[in-house]
Design a protein around this ligand. Structure first.
Ligand code: SF4
Ligand code: MG
Length: 314
């Protein structure tokens, strides 16, 4: 099937007091209807920025975003609302920035209000339906979010994101603030909703075990670029990029096998002055001379598998 979301050569820059940051460089990816693409990388690698650009909270400096066949890269402000209906976002703490006096019913109905969907009674019915879908009691609509646990608040955030029947939902660290048992409940809810609604997810997380659990395919980002892209099995069993291998080695093993020393030496380089050549060369245990001068392109190393490393073999 045609991808529901297609990002081509996307670049995002920020001007700050310290200079220009190239937060995202030449990122291309596609997501099929009903698919989950996991997006992993260390904090500060540009994954949230990419997610925000896709939901049009950030204006890209270059490249294209196509949603359901429509180019939404530079839709004029008065038509942005229509484009935004089809792609929604779920944040780590969905209500951190919202008025605490709002009721859950008002919060879930707000996107319907903004887009002038339905009558007042139809919107109430839609809120009841959404509460049911995310496993919350009907009387939740009259209460305020702070009366709910973290996991229940995330259910409210998901209901709000689904209110307009989007084709794509960008989930930015949606379970990172939750206890492990609650994480599992939310991940299972997301998977059930995806089955029922056919919605596609871009699932952003620094947690590889969560990404392995939810994703069909996985993209790995380092300093604003995608360095590896593969289906889940390939990425976790036969990673081609040294950075992906380092991330995987840093995950504590639960099978009792020997734990290799965390190989990710050093800090993420400053995004204000990214290293030349392969941006990972300052931390890569396999770096050769060419890595310091020539930037490796993302290229095919197997079926549906690409990596940006001079040493990655077909
Ligand atoms: Fe390491 Fe060189 Fe590959 Fe970069 S291109 S990941 S520095 S081996
Ligand atoms: Mg982030």
């Amino acid at each position: 099937p045609d991808p529901v979301l297609q990002v081509e050569d996307l670049s995002i820059r920020f001007q700050t007091g310290r200079g220009t940051v190239q937060a995202v460089s030449g990122v291309s990816l596609a997501i099929a209807p009903g698919e989950t693409l996991g997006l992993v990388g260390e904090s500060g690698c540009g994954k949230s920025t990419l997610g925000r650009a896709i939901v049009r909270l950030i204006e890209p400096a270059g490249g294209r975003i196509h949603l359901a066949g429509q180019d939404i890269t530079h839709v004029p402000r008065h038509r942005l609302r229509t484009a935004r209906r089809k792609v929604q976002m779920v944040f780590q703490d969905p209500f951190a920035s919202l008025d605490p006096r709002w009721t859950v019913g008002e919060l879930i109905a707000e996107p319907l209000h903004i887009h002038a969907v339905g009558t007042r009674e139809e919107r109430r019915a839609r809120v009841r339906e959404l509460l049911h879908k995310v496993g919350l009691p009907q009387d939740a609509a009259e209460r305020t979010p702070h009366q709910f646990s973290g996991g229940q608040r995330q259910r409210i955030g998901i209901a709000r994101a689904l209110a307009l029947d989007p084709e794509v939902v960008v989930l930015d660290e949606p379970v990172s603030a939750l206890d492990l048992s609650v994480q599992a409940q939310i991940l299972n809810l997301l998977s059930d909703l995806q089955q029922a609604l056919g919605v596609a997810f871009l699932f952003i997380s620094h947690d590889l075990s969560v990404v392995e659990y939810v994703s069909d395919r996985v993209a790995v980002m380092y300093l604003g670029r995608i360095v590896e892209l593969a289906d889940r099995e390939t990425l976790f069993r036969a990673p081609a990029h040294p950075y992906t291998r380092a991330l995987l080695d840093a995950v504590p093993r639960t099978d009792g096998g020997p734990h290799r020393a965390a190989p990710l030496a050093g800090d993420l380089p400053s995004p204000y002055a990214p290293p030349p050549g392969c941006a990972f060369h300052t931390r890569c245990p396999m770096a050769v001379a060419a890595c310091r001068t020539d930037r490796p392109q993302l290229r095919a190393v197997g079926p549906g598998h690409s990596a940006a490393c001079h040493l990655a073999m077909e």
